[in-house]
Design a protein around this ligand. Structure first.
Ligand code: NAD
Ligand code: IPM
Ligand code: MN
Length: 360
């Protein structure tokens, strides 16, 4: 949207969250805003104190009208949740999942690319550039299940995975679209040899859609167990990996070392074709083991900011920000401890800001 003075303004809801969430967002936000400003765009940032501390203080991680609050923005930038005094499932089910589901952000996009100067397990000369396209509303994340005979030897628990034709088809269309744009094969990860109802439906719907709407896009189906080995042994052989919610969660962490680790893995929760703000967040969590030390890698948050900028229609700023990340990593200023460097969170973000300002 445009301001009265003609400059473009983008409203960003910033949810810092818990643990290293506030550390990486505090470092990343000014750099993201700087990239936007250099492209003539002002970020209007609303700070939202949602997360574990708010939950402990008020009994609610976010307010009742949270969905309306974020809908009044163009995008959400999120740090991480996971508070030492809050049960992890409570953190997850009172904030991240209600936002993803409440906004029906059905596509979770998780790119994995190598960076200059960042060591990874990839074979010499192998270029990793893959995109995990994860269904983001159902599967094992449906929240359906229960327990009976609690605490007795007869105890039973169910966790029902939901797979609907509608949700599979919309995420598959998104995955095929990315594969076409990137000129890559779409690899569907399922487990239809065992879970034949749910994943059988995935296989059928994706094959039908591929034939009907994307005959030009090469596609293959792989069992997720074998795919896990292939992702580690030959990640360069993969392009777009389309998967269910839980498989996408696991495969994106599995692939992250090929970008340099969890501190390097950004993500976007979006709903292509629907007018709703996207929700951009690092793949990593609140990293309680390093929280409060100022050593967390802010790159995943910065790169999530680049995905945000691209989504709100600022591709120039997004490209510039990614280029600056590449420069700062190559020159070493952005290399934090997880990357074998010595930069603190703040220094790493400052190195990206310097690279943004440097003449191309
Ligand atoms: P984690 O991603 O928080 O940490 C895993 C490992 O990666 C840790 O050793 C951590 O130090 C390291 N790491 C993560 N991010 C890093 C960064 N930016 N820089 C350097 N090192 C980094 O996963 P976990 O330990 O399994 O989970 C901790 C908490 O986070 C749990 O409560 C979990 O539910 C939550 N979680 C939240 C999100 C989210 O908010 N989207 C995502 C994953 C996990
Ligand atoms: C992620 C996290 C989340 C998920 C949790 C925190 C809900 O692990 O973003 O990868 O499982 O999707
Ligand atoms: Mn995860």
């Amino acid at each position: 949207m445009s301001g009265a003075d003609g400059t473009r303004r983008v409203r960003v809801a910033a949810v810092r969250g818990d643990g290293i969430g506030p550390e990486v967002l505090d470092a990343a936000l000014p750099v993201i805003a700087r990239a936007a400003a250099a492209d003539g765009v002002t970020l209007d940032v609303t700070d939202l104190d949602w997360g574990g501390d708010r939950l402990l203080r008020t009994g609610h991680a976010m307010p009742d009208d949270a969905i309306d609050v974020v809908r009044a923005h163009d995008a959400i930038l999120f740090g991480a949740i996971g508070h030492p005094q809050v049960d992890p499932d409570v953190s997850v089910w009172t904030l991240v999942l209600p936002l993803r589901k409440g906004l029906q952000l059905y596509a979770n996009l998780r790119p994995i690319v190598g960076w200059p100067g960042v060591a990874t397990p990839a074979r010499e000369g192998a270029e990793v550039d893959l995109l995990v396209v994860r269904e983001n509303t159902e599967g094992e994340y449906a929240g359906i299940g229960g327990r009976v005979h609690q605490g007795t030897p007869d105890e039973v628990a169910t966790e029902v995975a939901v797979h609907s034709r509608r949700a599979i088809e919309r995420i598959a269309r998104c995955g095929f679209g990315h594969a076409r744009e990137r000129g890559q094969t779409l690899t569907l990860a399922t487990k239809s040899n065992v879970a034949r109802h749910g994943y059988g439906l995935w296989d059928e719907v994706v094959a039908e859609l591929g034939e009907r709407e994307f005959p030009d896009v090469p596609r293959e189906q792989a069992y997720v167990d074998a795919l896990a080995t292939r992702m580690v042994a030959r990640p360069e052989s993969l392009g777009v990996v389309l998967c269910s919610n839980l498989f996408g969660d696991i495969l994106s962490d599995l692939g992250a070392p090929f970008a340099g680790g969890l501190g390097m893995a950004p993500s976007a929760n979006v709903a292509p074709g629907v007018d709703v703000p996207g929700f951009f967040e690092p793949v990593h969590g609140s990293a309680p083991d390093i929280a409060g030390q100022g050593i967390a890698n802010p790159t995943a948050a910065v790169l999530s900011g680049a995905m945000l900028l691209r989504d709100v229609g600022c591709p120039g700023a997004a490209d510039a920000l990614e280029r600056a990340v590449g420069t700062a990593l190559r020159d070493g200023g952005a290399r934090t401890r997880d990357l074998g460097g010595t930069a603190t969170t703040t220094q790493a973000a400052a190195a990206v800001a310097d690279a943004l300002d440097a003449p191309a």
